[in-house]
Design a protein around this ligand. Structure first.
Ligand code: FEO
Length: 389
């Protein structure tokens, strides 16, 4: 991994993780990721902004060597999650003069997670600044993107804002800046859906806060960085808006085919009525794709057979994820088949308590769908279309 220059005395020194396949042992990474870290050299002081995942610590150290960094005054920590903070202890060991600059919440988390001693910290407030001589670092608190302690750093002399996870994308690339906009858009949307979406309303406020700053580069800590900031700002404004699209998503699982018949019939009916609809087979689907579809969809129809007395576990898992991600989806419904009874609808409804969505009457049938059962699916499709109008 090579060092990349952004502007005079501002360098990207992190690592690309081309092979990583899973984040948090949960989120698939079809395009790998990167842990971007930055050196800002002022006329008097030098700062390192974030570090890298501990697996890539040696890359960070090599990059610091290649810049002949023999002294670091400040390590700015924007976020305590270890993919950015995990190499701070190694940096402090190598540069014992360095102080960790962060907010009080992040300081406490770093002490808990990494056992960094309290005397190593300098605490900062929202809007406070430190001087590197001819460059200034101003700290902008942006909590809940996506932990409570997250913040950004603004470098006014260079018109750069460092945003850590905020606006990031899990995308391994040799490009410093976004050059494949379509690919980056999708990776950033997936990333937003997976970790930012639950905090949609707070992000609206953060976007307004950033509007007051003059910057032409957004330097994230994952994925390529933005030299056209409006590209990602506009995308975020769309994603966090209250607007939904005329789209239905159908996460489903079927054991012996009855629920699948209902799903196929619903999907075909909606397509005939010009509604965008996407089924997701929960036995194989990438949950990141499913999360991404939740960003815009008006309606979710969860489809599951009954296993013993409840939903199929994969459907319950999907419902749990949807509830945790809290999309702006306006309507929800259920379809499914059971053998002899059970509490599938109640259990799914209980799991979706966070969702501020209207329940459209579910279609839950016994055994293989009859003509009459499929008529009920017609009724569900009509209800959905009416609600979307
Ligand atoms: Fe990239 Fe929340 O850490």
């Amino acid at each position: 991994m090579a060092v990349k220059k952004l502007k005079k005395e501002v360098y990207e020194v992190g690592a690309v993780d081309w092979d990583r396949e899973l984040f948090d042992e949960l989120i698939p990474l079809p395009d790998g990721t990167s842990y971007n870290a930055y050196i800002v050299r002022g006329s008097e002081k030098t700062a390192l902004l974030d570090t890298v995942d501990p697996d890539k610590e040696s890359v960070l150290m090599r990059n610091l060597d290649s810049l002949d960094i023999d002294h670091i005054d400040y390590v700015i920590s924007h976020h305590a999650e270890q993919d950015h903070s995990g190499s701070i202890p190694a940096v402090l060991e190598r540069f014992p003069e360095a102080k960790v600059v962060t907010n009080p919440k992040c300081k406490n988390m770093l002490m808990d997670h990494l056992h960094i001693p309290e005397e190593k910290f300098i605490e900062v407030d929202d809007g406070s600044e430190i001087s590197l001589g001819d460059k200034t670092l101003r700290f902008i608190f942006t909590p809940w993107v996506h932990w409570p302690e997250t913040m950004c750093t603004y470098l006014p002399e260079m018109k750069i804002i460092f945003t850590c996870d905020f606006f990031g994308s899990h995308l391994a690339t040799s490009d410093l800046y976004v050059r494949d906009k379509e690919k980056t858009y999708l990776a950033a949307k997936r990333y937003y859906a997976e970790i930012m979406m639950p905090f949609r309303r707070l992000i609206k406020g953060h976007l307004k806060k950033l509007e007051g700053l003059d910057f032409d580069i957004i330097a994230t800590s994952h994925g390529p960085i933005y030299d056209e900031p409006e590209f990602i700002i506009d995308a975020y404004k769309d994603w966090v808006s209250d607007e939904v699209k005329n789209e239905v998503i159908v996460p489903y699982v079927s054991m012996h085919g009855s629920t699948e018949v209902m799903v196929d019939y619903l999907v075909d009916t909606l397509i005939e009525k010009n509604v965008k609809v996407t089924p997701y087979n929960l036995t194989t689907t990438d949950i990141g794709e499913l999360a991404m579809s939740l960003v815009d969809a008006s309606t979710i129809v969860l489809a599951t057979p009954t296993v013993l007395t409840g939903p199929h576990p994969k459907a319950l898992y999907a419902a749990y994820l949807v509830n945790a991600l809290r999309p702006k989806t306006k309507f929800i419904s259920l379809v499914g088949s059971y053998g002899w009874g059970g509490r599938m609808p109640e259990m799914i409804k209980d799991t979706l308590k966070n969702l501020n969505a209207e329940m459209i009457e579910p279609v839950v049938i016994k055994g293989k769908p009859s003509e009459e059962d499929l008529n009920k699916i017609d009724r569900l499709a009509e209800d959905i279309i009416r609600k979307h109008e």
